[in-house]
Write a protein that binds this ligand. Sequence first.
Ligand code: GLN
Length: 454
Amino acid sequence: TQACLKAIEGADALNAFVHKTPEIALERARAADARIGQGDAPAMCGLPIGIKDLFCTKGVESQAASRILEGFRPEYESTVSQQLADAGAVMLGKLNMDEFAMGSSNETSVYGDVVNPWKVDDRRLTPGGSSGGSAAAVAADLCLAATGTDTGGSIRQPAAFTGITGIKPTYGRCSRWGIVAFASSLDQAGPMTKDVRDAAIMLQAMCGHDPKDSTSAELMVPDFEAMLTGDIRGKTIGIPQEYRMEGMPEEIEALWSKGAEMLRDAGAKIVDISLPHTKYALPAYYVIAPAEASSNLARYDGVRYGRRAALAQGDGITEMYEKTRAEGFGHEVQRRVMVGTYVLSAGFYDAYYNRARKVRTLIKRDFEEAFAAGVDAILTPATPSSAFGLGEMAEADPVQMYLNDVFTVTVNLAGLPGISVPAGLDAKGLPLGLQLIGRPWEEGDLLNTAYALE
Ligand code: GLN
């Protein structure tokens, strides 16, 4: 813990930690030492970790990297961060992210950009988003692991951009209670770690049924670490043709083939599969996620949480809402709220929101059919490129940024578990990730297949 606290002090340039909690860390580390001294401490005991700013942490600023939550110190702890604390993990502080987890580059944060520890010449690169602070902190050895959340790729894409491992479990595996909501039918928490074994250990501590989240599953949590045998003989791995996008860099194509070969060498059977509705996933996601966000973000009204704008004499409640939301929300968040209220409005609901929900069902069915045909896991690239430069994607063209999520959003729409593992470097020397998608609730199998790719 002390070594990590020291490393964090020396890494301000990365802008990964936005609230440091050294007193809490040292206190928990001492408690962990005592537990270890007594014998049976769990595997996470004493491990210094970072917590994404989207998780409510009792008495510690939890702002979701937004101005509107300035000064918000929750009275409660999210279930997942509580479970980690109960397992003895040591919180070092809160990690930077895109505002309300909306973004793929960590450039929408009120705290400013996070810098990827990987560099090409002197170009400052994005660590990806929205869990950019988590990814950068793990990659730069500021902590041993970190929590992330993934609504459309926010664990897997930053993991790929920084050369670490990130798993989004099946929807319902982890409690969402106490995690600031973005799109409730898509959001899941998950671990971001150095390797698959760490991911298995940390996921174990994070998941389980929680009566406070009605969508959390009442299922047994298997011992994920014990399932890491590396034996994948007889497994069938599907390669979805529709993920072979036009204009995809050759290096990514090559890496994908290399990944398939590694799995074949380990005894798996590689088959071509079709997920025909893939091309509609991104548009459907960018209707459903903003729709849910516009509803979830209605609670930030200047009364209940965080910041209220200064009001002029004669201002009424409408002005208070307007001014608070105008200055409290950044541009991308405002764009999502506008898109969301538009697609949910009476005249357009059927044309956009309902259609997107139908498309979502078709996407889910594509996966179900592949699994029913005997496929155990699906291998794809994690991202269509390696990390790009900070400031390189024009704010004027948000769709360009949205395209980053093309390989990851399908998994959230279908509620499936997905993992990104480091798979090598591109010609520029930057990390690239491969994604494995598994059957619902079979994170153990998925982790084991990912283990064979390591
Ligand atoms: N990049 C996607 C978005 O901006 C996904 C974000 C996420 O998974 N939280 O919506």
